[in-house]
Design a protein around this ligand. Structure first.
Ligand code: FES
Length: 100
C-alpha cells in the first residue's frame, strides 16, 4: 500500500510486537519452530499473522494458509511458519491473550 493510504490510521510494525524486551508469543513460536531462515520475509509474516490471529484466535491450518497467501518466503517452505502460527494461537488461547 502507499504511505498516503495509511494517513490517519494506527500503524503497527514488527518492532512494536514485543513488550519490555520480551518476545510476543507469535515471535517466540517463530523462534521455537525455526520458522525463519534469512528473515527477509519474517516481519511481513509476523504482522499478517498478528492481525489474522486477533480476528481469528482459533484458526484451522487451512485458514492460516489462506491468510498467508499474500506473503512470500523463498527459504522455509511455509511448513514451520504454519506450525508456529498454530502453536502461537494455542498458547494465546490458553493464556486468554489476543494477538495484538
Ligand atoms: Fe528467507 Fe522467508 S526466511 S525469505
Amino acid at each position: 500500500m502507499f504511505a498516503v493510504q495509511a494517513h490517519g490510521h494506527d500503524i503497527q510494525t514488527v518492532e512494536g510486537l514485543s513488550h519490555g524486551g520480551e518476545l510476543a508469543p507469535l515471535q517466540a513460536c517463530f523462534r521455537t519452530h525455526h520458522a525463519l531462515q534469512c528473515g527477509y520475509c519474517t516481519a511481513g509474516f509476523l504482522i499478517t499473522l498478528t492481525d489474522f490471529l486477533s480476528h481469528n484466535p482459533d484458526p484451522t491450518e487451512q485458514q492460516v494458509r489462506q491468510a498467508l497467501t499474500g506473503n512470500l518466503c523463498r527459504c522455509t517452505g511455509y511448513k514451520n511458519i504454519v506450525e508456529a502460527a498454530m502453536d502461537a494461537a494455542r498458547q494465546m488461547r490458553a493464556k486468554g491473550e489476543a494477538a495484538a
